[in-house]
Design a protein around this ligand. Structure first.
Ligand SMILES: C[S@@+](CC[C@H](N)C(=O)[O-])C[C@H]1O[C@@H](n2cnc3c(N)ncnc32)[C@H](O)[C@@H]1O
Length: 260
């Protein structure tokens, strides 16, 4: 896990900006204008661990195709924090597209990439900020022939509106990182909304979080059916205890090795 301290050490300091340090990254963003959620640090930490393990397996399997490293699309990037952490904390990354619909977010991403390049100049060449709708950008990149090895979806609420484009744009065998923050919908507060968004009914009671995972996995599988592919059943859920997640990740690695 990484620290997440608000720091005033960056100069020049400005009352209109919030300054945050998370992992190896400093970000600055206009107060109240661009989205930042400190609670999601664990989500970002976990994505970094998963992509690192995925990268080892995926790149060794694709050696024959002369793939030098991963290309990642963060389709809803806000401050660029996640993309910059990927660029600084993960090895073998050749390109990261940091996309957001909001022009102010894209300006913030550009500023944050520059700020963080002071101690990691290579990230300027890796991260490409893009302004556009996530669905449109995914289809455009695919149309342009970009191989998207990892697509990260972290929208407000449900990721359902972005699944179809993501599964159609991702490379064969790629990794789709999906965050859904509408747990109230998935945990039976609004069953009809859950059915409309996820095509399944939620379960009330102690197991509602586990059941919510089945619903989000179901929509991923439905999306994958569009591309004639399938979703990895060992997808993991970040609200589980860290010790459980760690065990799951170890089992995933062991199984892959065992299959070899
Ligand atoms: C929850 S925030 C992303 C947080 C970010 N991934 C992180 O880890 O810090 C969601 C972002 O999606 C952007 N957004 C909303 N609708 C969008 C769309 N249709 N296409 C692209 N970006 C969108 C918002 O401007 C906002 O910055």
């Amino acid at each position: 896990m990484t620290d997440n301290t608000h720091s005033n050490s960056l100069s020049p300091s400005c009352d209109d900006y919030t300054v945050v340090k998370e992992g190896s990254v400093h970000i600055r963003f206009p107060k109240g204008e661009v989205f930042y959620n400190p609670v999601q640090q664990f989500n970002r930490d976990l994505s970094i661990s998963v992509i690192r393990t995925f990268s080892d397996i995926y790149l060794s399997e694709r050696k024959k195709r002369n793939l030098d490293g991963l290309t990642i699309l963060e389709a809803l990037s806000a401050t660029g924090l996640r993309s910059i952490r990927y660029a600084k904390e993960l090895p073998k990354i050749v390109r990261i597209y940091a996309n957001d619909l909001d022009p102010s977010a894209v300006e913030t991403i550009k500023r944050n990439v520059k700020l963080n390049s002071e101690d990691a100049s290579h990230i300027i060449n890796i991260i490409q900020p893009i302004q556009g709708d996530a669905n449109a950008s995914m289809h455009r990149l695919k149309y342009e022939g970009q191989q998207l090895d990892v697509i990260d979806l972290d929208p407000y609420g449900s990721a359902a509106p972005f699944i179809d484009s993501a599964v159609q744009s991702i490379a064969d065998g790629g990794l789709l990182c999906v965050t859904c923050t509408d747990l109230a919908v998935l945990c039976a507060t609004h069953p009809e909304t859950c059915f409309a968004k996820y095509g399944g009914l939620p379960v009330r009671g102690d197991v509602c979080h586990e059941a919510s995972h089945s619903n989000s996995s179901a929509i991923l599988n439905a999306g994958y059916a569009v591309s004639g592919s399938h979703c990895e059943p060992l997808a993991i859920k970040t609200t589980a205890p860290v010790s459980l997640l760690w065990k799951i990740m170890q089992v995933m690695v062991q199984r892959r090795l065992f299959l070899k």
